[in-house]
Design a protein around this ligand. Structure first.
Ligand code: GLN
Length: 232
């Protein structure tokens, strides 16, 4: 389904992360290389970034490849922490900017690559849209990002067909899960990229195994197995 990307490191531009790479999210919007579900990601896009501690978002329900306004402004959008996504809407979900990642609770930016049965989710206090991903984001915000792994294991137990790849950041931590779809890590001299698929063919990209939690901070990158039997 969707493709997403997270960045934590030195300040860089949205265009350097999303538009310029030869297989970045702009190209992944029409020609993803590792997408297991869906052919292209034409149902919208979102770029979220931290302006100091404040998350800001630019979202659209149109394809990223045709957005000339974003192309013009993206070189001037600079941040040390970014969460961006291109969307392939799940059948039955609304196609609108408010259903497009990244979602926010005012502190975190969060993207969901996957699908979940909305009836399998506990009720949540507030969601930006009736889209499955928006409801899942609201649940994760309710539970707190420190419990991200536990929440994914719990939702995965309730809906065994769910795919639950999450990307989330709060400006100093970048978190991601693999649960049914692809994720790669690139450690650069100036920071760390997590992405649904490599944005170029340079060496250094490492695939994350399925059912793992990744945490990136300024100091470290940690991978933890999500153990559905132990529930953590
Ligand atoms: N289920 C979500 C939606 O409809 C995410 C889909 C996806 O990962 N492509 O937007």
């Amino acid at each position: 389904m969707c493709r997403h990307l997270g960045w934590l490191g030195r300040e860089t531009s949205a265009s350097a992360l999303v538009l310029d790479p030869p297989h970045g999210l702009r190209v992944q919007s029409y020609a993803p290389r590792r997408q297991k579900h869906g052919l292209m990601n034409a149902d919208g896009w979102g770029v979220g970034f931290f302006d100091g501690a404040t998350p800001r978002r630019w979202r659209s329900a149109s394809p990223l490849w045709g957005d000339v306004s974003f192309e013009s402004v993206a070189p001037a959008l600079r941040s040390h922490c970014v969460v961006a996504a291109v969307r392939s809407a799940t059948v039955g979900m609304p196609i609108e900017a408010s259903a497009t990642a990244p979602f926010t609770d005012g502190q975190w930016l969060l993207s969901h690559n996957g699908v979940v049965d909305r009836d399998a989710l506990p009720s949540v206090s507030a969601a930006e849209s009736i889209c499955d991903s928006a409801l899942l984001a609201a649940l994760i915000f309710d539970r707190g990002l420190d419990a991200l792994g536990e929440t994914i294991v719990e939702v995965g137990a309730e809906d065994p067909d769910a795919r639950l790849n999450i990307m989330a950041a709060n400006g100093s931590r970048l978190l991601a899960t693999t649960w049914g779809d692809t994720l790669s890590i690139l450690r650069r001299d100036d920071g760390v990229v997590l992405a649904s698929e490599p944005y170029d063919d340079q060496p250094g990209w490492q695939d994350v195994p399925d059912r793992h939690l990744v945490e990136v901070t300024a100091e470290h990158v940690t991978l933890t197995e999500l153990n559905s039997t132990k529930g953590h």
